[in-house]
Design a binder for this molecule. Structure first.
Ligand code: BDR
Ligand code: CA
Length: 324
């Protein structure tokens, strides 16, 4: 299995992977959009219900697009999981999905409401596109099911989800737990797959110092993002006894392909538990060393260099603020 990022040279000669970002903004999804806008050829932002209902995640995506990725199309997608009942995360992100900042109105409506069709077209138009899902995997799974040829057309899938422990339950991380049947399709799709799970992102915290550095950057976008990170971190610190800030989960899935040197990783066979009474939505990582174990299906990120990762985030925010 290869997870070497496929990349297109940018005008400046920099290597930028072509990406469709599928997200449910979401405070940390907003940061993922900013980093993707800076370091990828971002061909589209597709939205899915997750942290909040679809109309809210889509509205949030439009707002962040306007501030950080002008011109990139936003296309809405699945309003509910494939099988499970929809459940959202107002207890983490607020009722809007991005509480905590005074947000501008979106500049206009969405560019389409068929995220699945958009993903299929984008991957067929140009082989070697990366899919970067940072929400429940509904849109991506539906695209892989409707167009099985995508499995050999895309460069790979780099997702935020799963890990060696859960947050929504003891075993399951929120994005996987929301739509485990969709996640199972993605983990079994057969092409390059990178999993950025909670055991990585809980080492990538929006500490007070890091938020202060974002706030010190001049411009509207840094002020909005600092307010969002303050809300997000206050929530995490209140809900946990051992976190000094919110894990900024989602940009890690982008940086896994744009800055792979920031991560330690290993390859393993990974499946999604869809039936367990206590373990539905768990990503089961086969870490056995026995000769008969199944072949690896996934690059499992294990650790991030958090200071270097935050430097990437801060620079991306400053870059977008200067351009805006
Ligand atoms: C994931 O769930 C959401 O709350 C975040 O946006 C992130 O994608 C973390 O479990
Ligand atoms: Ca998310």
């Amino acid at each position: 299995m290869s997870t070497t990022p496929s990349a297109e040279p940018s005008a400046g000669g920099e290597q930028r992977p072509r990406v469709v970002l599928d997200c449910d903004p979401g405070h940390d999804d907003a940061i993922a959009i900013v980093v993707a806008a800076r370091h990828t050829e971002l061909v589209g932002i597709t939205t899915v219900a997750g942290n909040a209902p679809l109309d809210r995640t889509t509205r949030n995506a439009l707002i962040v697009r306007d501030l950080a990725a002008p011109g990139v199309p936003v296309v809405s997608g699945a309003a509910r999981p494939i099988v499970a009942e929809p459940v959202h995360a107002a207890y983490v992100h607020g009722e809007s999905g991005m509480d905590g900042a005074d947000l501008p109105e979106p500049s206009g409506p969405v560019d389409g409401d068929d995220a699945v069709g958009f993903i299929i077209d984008a991957c067929r138009e140009h082989e070697g596109t990366w899919l970067v899902p940072t929400g429940p995997l509904t849109n991506v799974a539906l695209a892989l099911r409707a167009a099985p040829d995508l499995a050999h057309r895309i460069a790979g899938i780099s997702l935020m989800g799963g890990g060696t422990f859960g947050n929504r339950t003891a075993a399951a991380e929120f994005n996987i737990w929301c739509d485990p049947e969709a996640a199972a399709v993605v983990f079994e799709y057969g092409g390059p797959l990178i999993m950025c799970g909670l055991h990585v992102t809980h080492g990538f915290l929006a500490t007070p110092d890091r938020i202060r550095r974002v706030r010190d950057v001049p411009g509207r976008l840094p002020a909005v993002l600092a307010d969002l990170l303050d809300f997000f971190s206050d929530t995490y610190v209140r809900l946990h006894h051992d976190l000094a800030g919110a894990p900024v989960h989602d940009p890690c899935a982008v940086m896994a392909i744009t800055h792979p040197h920031l991560f330690e990783s290993y390859d393993a066979h990974v499946v999604v538990e869809t039936h367990g009474v206590h373990t539905r939505g768990e990503t089961v990582i086969d870490r056995r060393t026995s000769r008969g174990r199944p072949a690896p299906t996934c690059r499992v990120l294990d650790r991030i260099d958090a200071d270097a990762g935050f430097a990437v985030v801060e620079e991306a925010i400053a870059h977008a603020a200067r351009a805006g």
